[in-house]
Design a protein around this ligand. Structure first.
Ligand code: NAP
Length: 327
């Protein structure tokens, strides 16, 4: 059934950025809708523990996610479980946000905080064995590999951090990296090297995920890119952490983005489409942390409030480069 509902602001995605934006727009008494396809939490649900959330020396990802959600709800934000497939700016400047079920939500402003999707290796067996040994989420699937041999592919923060996490389950964790040095932060690399269960396989790529008669992973064919030697690694788990693609496909129409496809915003988090704001992992920026996501979301929410006021008063509201609003 097609429905059409009106809000002051629609927020797409309920990760840290979406929930923080909802807290602030709700607190500003704006009628706020948060659309999220899964459980609220975003990447927090793929993170076992955080030790860099200021004020908490250690907090579980799901616990922080729940706190964020409860806090946003406290200020009146409405949460709906739905997959958004399109956000379009109509001729009058109103946005139409449409879900897979063809529910239409109208609002004069939208904050997109839809995060990103894990990059795939694109090798034979990867998709075939997804969920049967191939995974993109250590916290979701790590416990299935108790006492087993696990391979992690990648050399960034995610790969290094998750490899360490997986040692609590796996008897042995290999990190397969295509170069001879990590991109990951030194503190994470230090922890990795200190862990006796981890072995790094440098200058190596995964070429194929192999499976047994039951359809479960029983090996990974790898190749040393220096010697060109190939061999099969006896691993039953293959965790892939080779980056993230921003979920920008829902934005209908042209918007400015960087060379990696991340959405460009100005200093008030407005995109090149007036009234469309962005925060969190899909935004072009130096780093992607919970702290930066919530900081940018705060800015976006406050900018939305000012944008709506200016719009009501009939002021022209400029896109990127306009310099924002004075307060
Ligand atoms: P990333 O930093 O982009 O690293 C991707 C890694 O995968 C790189 O080592 C890259 O190798 C490798 N790679 C890319 N494509 C590959 C392919 N086709 N085959 C094999 N290897 C491939 O991505 P990320 O680790 O997901 O992190 C994304 C962002 O989240 C970063 O900004 C990161 O700092 C942040 N993050 C932070 C934390 C934390 O601070 N605790 C945790 C997780 C993520 P090369 O190095 O050779 O390019």
């Amino acid at each position: 059934m097609v429905t059409s509902k009106q809000y002051d602001v629609v927020i797409v995605g309920a990760g840290p950025a979406g929930m923080c934006a909802a807290l602030y727009t709700g607190r500003s008494m704006l009628k706020t809708l948060v659309l999220e396809r899964g459980i609220p939490g975003g990447e927090l649900l793929n993170t076992e523990k955080l030790d860099d959330w200021i004020g908490e020396q250690s907090i579980l990802g799901w616990e922080l996610a729940k706190k964020f959600e409860d806090h946003a709800r406290l200020f009146g934000a409405e949460f709906v479980t739905a997959n958004v497939h399109r956000v379009t700016r109509l001729d009058d400047g109103t946005f139409e946000t449409v879900t897979d079920e063809e529910h239409h939500y109208l609002s004069p402003a939208v904050i997109v905080t839809a995060g990103g999707t894990p990059v795939k290796l694109g090798i034979p067996g990867e998709l075939e064995y997804a969920g049967k040994g191939v995974s993109y989420c250590a916290i979701c699937d790590g416990a299935f590999f108790k006492g087993q041999t696990i391979a992690v592919v990648g050399g960034g923060d995610a790969a290094v951090e998750e490899a360490e996490f997986l040692t609590r389950y796996g008897a042995k964790v290999y990190v397969i990296h295509r170069r001879d040095s990590f991109r990951a932060s030194p503190i994470l690399v230090e922890r990795l090297f200190a862990n006796p269960k981890i072995e790094v396989i440098w200058n190596t790529v995964a070429e194929e995920v192999l499976g047994d008669a039951q359809g479960l992973v029983n090996g990974i064919r790898i190749r040393d890119v220096v010697t060109d030697e190939a061999r099969v690694l006896d691993a039953t788990g293959c965790f892939v952490f080779i980056g993230f693609r921003p979920n920008t496909g829902i934005i209908d129409g042209h918007f400015e983005h960087d060379e990696m496809g991340y959405v460009k915003t100005d200093t008030i988090m407005q995109t090149s489409i007036p009234g469309l704001f962005a925060a969190g992992d899909l935004r072009s920026q130096l780093t992607r942390q919970v702290t930066t996501a919530v900081g940018d979301a705060t800015t976006a929410a406050i900018a939305v409030e000012k944008y709506l006021k200016a719009r009501k008063e009939g002021h022209v509201v400029d896109p990127i480069g306009a310099g924002g609003y004075s307060s």
